[in-house]
Design a protein around this ligand. Sequence first.
Ligand code: HEC
Length: 157
Amino acid sequence: MRAPVVAAAVAVMALTACGGGPSAEEQRAEADAARRAARADSVAQAAAAYEAAAFDTIQWASDNDMWERGGVVWSFSCQTCHGSDGMGQGETAVAASLEMPNLVAMDWDKAGDLAAIRRSIYVGHESQMPSWGLVGLKYRDIDAVAHYIDDLLRAEE
Ligand code: HEC
């Protein structure tokens, strides 16, 4: 059993001892905390491995080439959570009640900031955003999909 799971189990037992047992909401919060703790190591590892300068040497034959590649990555790896339009209503996200950001919101804080977008894709987040740099997306794929979000998805809104 992994440490976070044990911690969650202990917390649930402690709640039960207080009488009444945990509510469904408390149990969901515990499960969420355990999932976040399990993801924290990957996020830290990805943050340490991330090399922003690796993007400097990436070249594309044309913008269309880049967007095409980005669209493939998006539909294959991202839209199940972020939705085809980037608003965050993908079926996996809905099924797991994930709190999703709206990547095409007018006031998105990473709009136009390719460096920030690429980094958040590579590194991921405890709240179930995968650490894509560790699970198989190459810098080139990340560059393509970052442009796909910022240049195309956002332009459609
Ligand atoms: C399992 C669901 C899931 C998948 C699959 C997923 N994401 Fe995410 N993503 C999330 C969640 C949840 C967050 C919110 C993280 C946070 O709380 O900051 C997020 C955050 C982001 C952010 C940062 C948003 C912000 O406002 O800071 C970007 C950019 C992003 N995802 C892009 C992608 C791309 C590109 C892919 C595919 C390569 C992808 N995501 C696949 C769940 C997912």
